[in-house]
Design a protein around this ligand. Structure first.
Ligand code: HEM
Ligand code: SF4
Length: 556
């Protein structure tokens, strides 16, 4: 246990927060500012929100001696990314009334709404509650939204596996009633015993904790980037259990070699059911008790695993569960993609995966995504599933309804757009970054689309336009858009400057590495031009761009 004197300041905020209440209620009532108190800013993360401000307007506001333009981002808890049609309609309305109106699909299969003023937080959460939606524990030092591969292999098994996402999320929710009291005006329960939390105690976890479920052969949800990745093992259409991969996480800090991206290490297999839940629970308690609480930059599970050593970590979890991990079961991921367009489920129903550039659902020009999705939801004949690549699947469409849904998608130009998007764009993704993210060093979602247009031209010049190269950009090395796990990764270092990373594989087993530092656009394009030329000339048969650059450009 660390010396209490050395604990990071946030540790104290958590412990004295009275079950994540702090002074949030008072902060909300303070009409003199659009912000909330500093300690409460840390606590509302556990309720699924970040305080942000419009960085584009900082200067102008400062000149006028106004405080920054504060607003809040709210992120929903949607295990496995599933929404009913009614929930979509509610989301559409809430986004329009209380936030910027843009529904932002995230890289962890959920949605965020931006630009919510302080006075709108309570009404927003209340309306979500009426739609049976909440934002509990989607940020903060706690288990966050649980992701799951979006695509059915055998449908009954997919339903069973994605129900694990739901059950794990519920199982690991904090016991405090603070969310219900503060945001939903539920009565305070005075008997504190009901809030005792044997998992999180009073200091929660040392850092955020992410769980994702992968279903081979498609690693669409990037299972190895999670603190805990669960790889579903299926035999004869039956779920046997999960291989456990521990210690994934992508964030790093420029210039700090003690920080690094890491993929999860597979430590063994656990059978489905009770044992799986027990093992998950004890991975969390081990991180709770052994994670670094002094230095937040060393607090994620990946550092705990590396400090203890994988074997010791595994031993500790086994000591706590009372049973050993079984030998890892064989599995293979052979792709990491979203299956765009129509695709029939093993059940006979249809799915349509829409390409949504950087996950931003809005009506823009000819492409009326928001209107299309509202109209599809209003038929009551569809459900929705977000993918971990910021896209959306219109799902559970019965064969008799497919034509009607197709017509709606056609009317709003979706079919044409999804059909015509280039391979490189379909495999691209960017984090939010500017103007809202306080940590952004460079643009990301506002810049990547135009850079991709230029890269498309380069690829066409080299006859490589059909290559499915996974390209991702983030505005800083935290990696929210999973840039370290891309074949081409752009990581912001300063305004208009990016480190160029290469050599990640196509399936998500290998991270990329830095190739060139702090490039501007002209240099990026010139580097890529040369790389594409070499790739065209020297690639082996069926070699992916990531494998090629790993083999030839990184001095391995
Ligand atoms: C120290 C590490 C990290 C910090 C401090 C951090 C912080 C943030 C912040 C402030 C935002 C809000 C941006 C906005 O909406 O304006 C954000 C978004 C997000 N982060 Fe992170 N992040 C970190 C690492 C990661 C990593 C490694 C992942 C996953 C691989 C991740 C997943 C996300 C997701 C899914 C979003 C939503 C936006 C999107 O889809 O682009 N974060 N993060
Ligand atoms: S990667 Fe960096 S810039 Fe992008 S959203 Fe995350 S913290 Fe912000």
């Amino acid at each position: 246990m660390p010396d209490i004197k050395n604990l990071s300041p946030l540790e104290k905020v958590k412990v004295v927060s009275d079950g994540l209440r702090g002074t949030i209620a008072e902060s909300l009532q303070d009409e003199l500012t659009g912000a909330i108190r500093e300690d409460d800013q840390a606590l509302i993360k556990f309720h699924g929100m970040y305080q942000q401000d419009d960085r584009d307007r900082r200067e102008e506001r400062a000149e006028k001696k106004l405080e920054r333009l504060f607003s809040f981002m709210i992120r929903l808890r949607l295990p496995g990314g599933f929404l009913t049609a009614d929930q979509w309609i509610a989301l559409h309305e809430i986004a329009g009334e209380n936030t910027t109106g843009i529904i932002k699909i995230t890289t962890r299969q959920t949605v965020q709404l931006h630009g919510m003023l302080k006075s709108k937080i309570k009404p927003t959460i209340k309306e979500f509650h009426l739609a049976k939606l909440d934002s509990i524990a989607t940020c903060g030092d706690i288990n966050r939204n649980v992701t799951c591969s979006s695509y059915p292999t055998e449908l009954s098994v997919h339903d069973e596996i994605s129900s694990y996402a739901d059950k794990i999320s519920t199982f690991l929710k904090p016991k405090t009633r603070a969310y219900y009291e503060i945001w939903l005006d539920e009565e305070k329960i005075l008997d504190k015993k009901t809030e005792e939390d044997p998992l999180y105690l009073d200091a929660y976890l040392p850092r955020k904790f992410k769980i994702g479920i992968g279903i081979p052969p498609n690693n669409d949800a990037d299972v190895f980037i999670n603190d805990l990745g669960l790889i579903a093992i299926i035999e004869n259409n039956k779920l046997l259990g999960f291989n456990f991969a521990v210690g994934g996480g992508l964030a790093a800090t420029h210039g700090n070699p003690q920080t690094y991206a890491r993929l999860g290490t597979v430590i063994g297999f656990v059978e489905a059911g009770e044992k799986t839940f027990k093992a998950i629970y004890e991975v969390l308690t081990t991180q709770r008790d052994f994670g670094n609480r002094e230095d937040r930059k060393q607090a994620r599970l990946k550092y705990t695993v590396d400090r203890m050593g994988v074997d010791k970590f595994k031993e500790e979890v086994e000591k706590r569960t009372g049973f050993p991990f079984e030998e890892t079961k064989p599995f293979t991921f052979s792709e990491r993609v979203d299956y765009y367009g129509w695709r029939q489920n093993p059940s006979g129903n249809w799915d349509y995966t829409l390409f949504i550039e950087n996950g931003r659902v809005l009506d823009e020009g000819e492409l009326k995504l928001k209107s299309a999705l509202l109209e599809a939801a209003q038929t009551g004949k569809v459900s929705f599933r977000f993918t971990a690549n910021q896209n959306l699947i219109i799902t559970e469409v019965k064969p008799k309804d497919k034509k009607a849904i197709h017509k709606i998608l056609e009317k709003f130009n979706i079919i044409e757009q999804t059909g015509n998007v280039s391979a490189i764009r379909k495999n691209s993704m960017a984090c939010v970054a500017l103007p809202t993210c306080p940590l952004a060093l460079a643009e990301s979602q506002r810049y990547l689309p135009s850079l991709i247009t230029k890269i498309e031209l380069l690829l066409a010049n080299h006859d490589l336009e059909n290559e499915n190269i996974i390209t991702r950009m983030t505005g800083c090395p935290n990696g929210c858009g999973r840039s370290p796990a891309a074949e081409i990764g752009f990581i912001g270092t300063a305004l208009e400057k990016y480190n160029l990373h290469l050599g990640g594989d196509h399936e998500g087993y290998r991270l990329n590495r830095i190739y060139k530092e702090s490039l501007g656009e002209v240099e990026i394009l010139s580097e890529l031009d040369g790389l594409f030329a070499d790739f065209k000339k020297e690639r082996k048969k069926n070699e992916s761009f990531g494998d090629f650059t790993h083999r030839t450009k990184l001095n391995t």
